[in-house]
Design a protein around this ligand. Structure first.
Ligand code: ADP
Ligand code: MG
Length: 759
């Protein structure tokens, strides 16, 4: 058999068949035609009947059958929106935005009007909005303000099989909400949940009895067939199956494990591209994250450049969580005649987004997954092998419009014996602090008896309670405090929201929300084009003058940018990512070094940008007002700012060790200052860090120097003098840290060694 796969060896499993094609039509007309060709269309009336008959319905259908885009429209057409909005939750921001965009096109309305979306820090809805796509996290937040979901007639929890943390919590909450049918039920419900009832909550609920919702329709939709679990959980709710239209998919495995899956994926994609007819179908590759995708994109561009004009064009389309809207649309554009598209995607393309025209799937078998160590309370994103269920979903993406092929970059043996059957639900591998805070502020006190579909480990729950107690969000009885209530208003990690709440005391809320916004945007606001690394690094270090620490540097960047009246030019001069307003950056290129832009990732530039930081900051300012914290500025004195940071992040303190590494104070662990930190060469004796990232080593990212006595002053319940006292003599430390500043690392270690021996 002539194999496409000469470079990477695959084995075949199923033979292929031929495919059929549809005709071309005018835009809107064609959209309407397309709607009718979706598998779900044949079941429209039956589905509406089922929704009418049952309060809860579990809907199962192959990815691409039309669940997400069509069901809300059907319900709207059937008049459900007369009673309230239809909410549809998505585990991913990109999915919420892109699906909303698609549905608004299909309905011929402007996005944000009748059809809108809501994701964290971005609300694209209006008074008019009837169909609201949102992340599951956003619906969870809406529960805070409206525990009976009064504005909704239907809530569709989509992509339920993903079992994200927020989806799981929503399950528990909607189950409770809809089952409250009478005043008596309400009493039973509240009695079971609110063991230690807050009088404020009691008054609220007794007034709101009439608003509790036997009329709320609840749809749970999923792309996998194990729907029984959902059905059982919702008291044997009926299951509505949309028979899929799936073409056979040939699965190939590599003969031996691939050492470098990124390279193997690229080689495989190029082999397909070079040997197969271009009109034949597009390629989808699953990667684990943005960085990998950016690398792959660069390599692919480089390698296709050398292919010459005989080979058809290969259009490279990246898609990942942070990709801005303007660029997302690209993956859905039909591939031009004679070209081929290769989509480089994260897990997002597994079930959340359906990309038409894919015939080849390349699956390296990995995804990035959150894992949590309840003992240390540390959370990290790790590249992990996917589950069999995921692998099958991925393969299925190639057989939607015709027979497809899936190339797994692992062996058949790996698949059958190494992969787990299903992915562990997120709730069992996450830091629950945020969840606990949300549930507590909803008045749900007895978390151990909350009706979770798969309860989180008790240890993780206790850890979360412990952290919230340490932060002052809960009192000794586990009740929400005033601080906790304020913290819950912020859609941020509890440590960040504590930092903001504490800024009131230190009279520096103005600075602190800028810092929080900059931290939320992510650490990569700097770009570092390959040919200008020195310039970029110098520009970056300018903000670190005086070794102020990374938090203060972020603040300096934000305020300097503000002083220039948010100038784009300023950002370019300082190698800082700003939002490019034009989707055609060509014009901008006239002003800036073209290579610099091309080489830095445009996609990244659009999102991890100052513009976004400004948006977030504006929203935080609004929330400050809501929790009645005055906007106060104290920019001449760094100490209060650092203290406010400490008030949120005191559990993240670390002390330098003799060899220039650090040791975290509680739950001791060896960590290092990230090389991009302004303090990487300075190595202060005591630091506080924003997060730990595991790359080659466990690195602290966003680091600020701190005085150990602050820990005892700010968190006396958490630290005692003995935790922060130095065991090694002060003189030795002084010498060491001075030397560290003066000498390079290697010489320094030798001197340190000598010092130690003297001691
Ligand atoms: P499901 O939710 O069952 O997986 P969807 O409703 O998401 O299915 O998809 C139905 C169809 O709509 C697919 O053919 C898909 O390609 C198309 N579609 C969805 N979102 C978009 C978009 N943003 N742009 C273009 N087409 C889209
Ligand atoms: Mg969907």
């Amino acid at each position: 058999k002539a194999s496409v796969m000469d470079g990477v060896n695959f084995e075949d499993e199923v033979p292929a068949e031929s495919l059929d094609k549809s005709m071309e039509k005018s835009a809107f007309e064609k959209l309407q035609e397309d709607r009718k060709t979706l598998p779900i269309y044949a079941y429209r009336d039956e589905l509406l009947q089922a929704v009418d008959n049952h309060q809860v319905l579990v809907i199962v259908g192959e990815t691409g059958s039309g669940k997400t885009t069509q069901i809300p429209q059907y319900l709207h057409e059937a008049g459900y929106t007369k009673r309230g909005k239809i909410g549809c939750t998505q585990p991913r921001r990109v999915a919420a935005m892109s699906v909303a965009a698609r549905v608004s096109q299909e309905m011929g309305v402007k996005l944000g009007h009748e059809v809108g979306y809501s994701i964290r820090f971005e609300d694209c809805t209006s008074e008019k909005t009837l169909l609201k796509y949102m992340t599951d996290g956003m619906l969870l937040r809406e529960f805070l303000g409206e525990p009976d979901l009064a504005g909704y007639s239907v809530v569709m929890v989509d992509e339920a099989h993903e079992r994200t943390l927020s989806t799981d919590i929503l399950f528990g909450l909607v189950k409770a909400t809809r089952s409250v049918q009478s005043a008596w039920d309400l009493k039973v419900w509240t009695a079971s949940l609110f063991v230690d009832m807050d009088p404020y909550w009691l008054i609220l609920t007794s007034q709101d009895i009439a608003r509790f919702r036997p009329d709320l329709k609840l749809l749970i939709s999923s792309a996998t067939l194990d729907a029984e679990k959902f059905s059982d959980y919702f008291d044997s709710a009926p299951i509505f199956k949309i028979p899929g239209r799936r073409f056979p998919v040939e699965v190939h495995y590599t003969k031996a494990p691939e050492a470098d899956y990124l390279d193997a994926a690229i080689v495989t994609a190029l082999q397909i591209h070079v040997t197969q007819q271009p009109g034949d179908g597009d390629i989808l590759i699953f990667f684990t994250g943005q960085e990998e995708i950016e690398t792959a994109e660069e390599i692919l561009k480089h390698r296709t450049r050398g292919l010459g004009t005989k080979i058809p064009e290969l259009i490279i389309c990246p898609i990942y969580a942070n990709l801005p809207t303007e660029l997302q649309a690209k993956i859905f554009e039909p591939t031009p005649e004679g070209a081929r598209k290769v989509v480089l995607a994260t897990n997002i393309a597994e079930t959340s987004l359906t990309i038409d025209g894919i015939k080849y799937v390349i699956d390296p078998g990995f995804c990035k997954m959150k894992s949590y160590n309840p003992r240390t309370g540390m959370e990290s994103l790790l590249v992990t092998p996917i589950s069999k269920a995921s692998a099958n979903q991925r393969a299925g993406r190639s057989g939607r419009t015709g027979p497809g092929k899936c190339f797994r970059l692992y062996t058949a043996y790996n698949y059958y014996s190494d992969l787990d059957d299903n992915t562990v639900p997120e709730i069992q591998r996450t830091n629950l602090a945020n969840v606990v805070l949300t549930l507590k502020s909803l008045g749900i006190h007895d978390l151990l008896n909350f009706d979770f579909m798969d309860p989180p480990p008790a240890e993780a729950l206790l850890k979360a309670l412990e952290l919230l107690f340490a932060l002052g969000a809960l009192n000794k009885l586990g009740e929400l405090t005033k601080v906790g209530r304020r913290m819950a208003e912020f859609p941020l990690d509890p440590m960040l929201s504590k930092m903001i709440v504490a800024s009131e005391k230190y009279q520096c809320s103005d600075e602190i929300i800028s810092i929080a916004a900059m931290l939320s945007v992510g650490s990569s606001i700097f770009y570092r084009p390959k040919d200008k690394q020195v310039h970029a690094d110098t520009a970056r270090m300018n903000f670190h003058t005086g070794n102020v620490g990374d938090h203060t540097a972020l603040l300096k960047i934000y305020s300097s940018w503000k002083e220039t009246n948010y100038s784009t030019q300023w950002c370019y001069e300082n190698y800082i990512q700003v939002r490019l307003v034009s989707p055609y950056p060509v014009l901008l290129l006239l002003f800036i070094d073209a290579r610099m832009i091309v080489q830095s990732s445009l996609e990244g530039a659009l999102v991890r940008s100052m513009k976004r930081a400004r948006d977030i900051r504006d929203q935080l300012e609004g929330l400050l007002e809501r929790v009645e914290i005055e906007l106060m500025s104290n920019s001449n004195d760094l100490e209060p700012i650092k203290k406010a940071i400490t008030a949120g992040f005191f559990p993240h303190s670390a002390r330098m060790q003799k060899n220039g590494s650090y040791r975290t104070v509680k739950h001791p662990q060896t960590v290092y200052i990230h090389p991009t930190s302004g303090l990487a060469q300075v190595l202060p004796r005591w630091v506080i860090y924003h997060e730990l990232v595991l790359t080659t080593k466990e690195y602290m990212r966003q680091v600020t120097e701190l005085k150990p006595e602050w820990l005892v002053e700010i968190a006396p319940h958490y630290y005692q003098m003995k935790d922060v006292e130095d065991r090694v003599s002060h003189l030795c430390n002084l010498v060491v840290s001075m030397l560290l500043r003066l000498l390079d690392q290697r010489k320094c270690l030798a001197v340190q060694d000598a010092c130690l021996r003297i001691e």
